[in-house]
Design a protein around this ligand. Sequence first.
Ligand SMILES: [Zn+2]
Length: 217
Amino acid sequence: MTRPLLLIALLISPATRAADALTTRPTIIPAAEWGSKPLPIPDARKHTPKYITVHHAGVLWKTGDDPVKKLQGLQAYGQRDKNWPDLPYHFLIAPDGRIFAGRPVHYEPETNTTYKTTGHLGIELWGDFTKQRPSKEQVTALVNLTAHLATDHKIEMKDIGAHKDRAQTACPGQDLYRYFESGQFRDWVKAAQSSTDPKIDLGPPLKNGPTDPIPAK
Ligand SMILES: [Zn+2]
């Protein structure tokens, strides 16, 4: 009887794990764990999160790119060239779906564009979605993180959007923005909040949109 039971366990377990990943709190790699070196942020920049705003890096992700090096590079660039004490975003998501903590959530983010950043929680996905497509792992992590942040900070569905909804920009690229434009993203978040599998399906490429998937590693 051992063998059939083992077989059943093997058949059941991957599906169970997939469902759990969408409903349980996402794992976030703490800033201290990836070697973050933030500078002090002035108290005047403290805020209360009211909106969630999604970005892409706008830089093509290539095979072999290392998310930790990208994080350290972005932080160092901001400190050196932009006078940003810490990363411009609160969370950053790698193509394999790993979520890294950036700036602490109780400080407003930074931007290169013009909009009032107070109250915005910034989530960035690595990649350039004008030239490549996000991975399912990345979008699944984004949906799960957004669902939990919205619940934790009592952020309304109407206040969840993309950078393009806030300012004059192409960010987060047409192949990620499409899910915001169609309302699909909010539907996925609503499903995740009600512990239902959002059944994330990124669909076929857009006409005149990017076709290359982002390399997972
Ligand atoms: Zn952006």
